[in-house]
Write a protein that binds this ligand. Sequence first.
Ligand SMILES: C[S@@+](CC[C@H](N)C(=O)[O-])C[C@H]1O[C@@H](n2cnc3c(N)ncnc32)[C@H](O)[C@@H]1O
Length: 396
Amino acid sequence: MPTMELRAAARAKEPDSPWLDQVFCEDALAGLARIPDGSVDLILTDPPYNLGKDYGNASDQQSVEEYLAWTERWIAAALPKLKANGSLYIFLTWRYSPEIFVMLKKRMTMMNEIIWDRRVPSMGGSVRSFSSVHDTVGFFVARKDYYFDLDAVRIAYDAETKKARSRSIFIGAKWLEVGYNPKDVWSVSRLHREHSERVDHPTQKPLEIIERMVKASCPPGGVVLDLFMGSGTTALAARRCGRHFVGFELNPDYCAIIEERLAAQDAAALAAVDAASAAAPAAKPARAKAAKTAPTAKAAKAAKATKATAKAPAKATTKATTKAPVKATTKATTKAPAKATTTATTTAPVKAAAKRSAKTAAIVKAAKAPKATAARTKPVAPKRSRIPKPPEEISL
Ligand SMILES: C[S@@+](CC[C@H](N)C(=O)[O-])C[C@H]1O[C@@H](n2cnc3c(N)ncnc32)[C@H](O)[C@@H]1O
């Protein structure tokens, strides 16, 4: 991860926005009241699809009428949180996307229907219809001057394509160097058990696709809202990309997973900073300044311990906590943010790891460059791309 993004990721919470960089373990509709109107750059959300999945609650098992009425309610409550130039991405399936797209089209402009091809291998499946292997993602904007940074998400051409376009008309074509528009069919494998990113959540999304949305549609230092965090992929992606996040999750076990994933990611980020400063002597003064806050050896030890904790627990802890009735725990934790929930539902090492990660975040913050501060206080609009459009875009 680039250093600037790391620095931004490690910055402290805005003192006047206590809701920032938190996942609240509570009902999204109730929790939205915490967030001021017009304060969010991007709503990126993945609500229950109403396909009968078990999230430890009944959110995916409603009647069609109830589900659509509930969807109307949360959309009406969430959209005022968006800034005027904000955007929304919503994951759906073919089953209810027509109805929900119509709801959103009454309030916003639809820019794309993105197909996430989950690259599900052919394994028999349906015999009376075609097997469904994609998610339908709607991309909506509120106004014409919406934020969109295509250059941040271009995909590099492979060597073969570059070679094929070596004729004189392509020589000097900058777009060939900077890569192509990701288009609206995204072929990214769903997460299998053997993927290191995978945790214990039935509909966890790959970081790769969430990061693409964040980079394209939220300015650096901006705020991403996910009403239905699940395993926290949106929070992780936002932090990795140097954006703030806020969101909600009903199931305390998933809230614990989110806390663990964030702590592990912070520990890995710190280890990367350590490795970079060890390799580059120029970084040493900043590191020395950081050392005043906490001794380096102590921080390294903390990072190591956090890493160790992060490697094991997601599954084990969840297993332990899922045994307790979700309903009962929910009652105790709904009003508290994810942090408080973790205290109640996770094991001691996780709590310690989270503490250590806060400490180590402070160290990284001390090394923060003024450039990163500027990005935090004033989200910048991307410069208009001067890159000439490649032929396939022109022909559209
Ligand atoms: C489709 S999953 C989200 C998965 C997530 N994108 C990920 O990558 O892990 C939807 C989540 O919404 C949660 N949920 C359902 N109803 C909710 C509500 N009213 N408020 C907050 N969370 C809710 C469910 O518990 C479930 O974890």
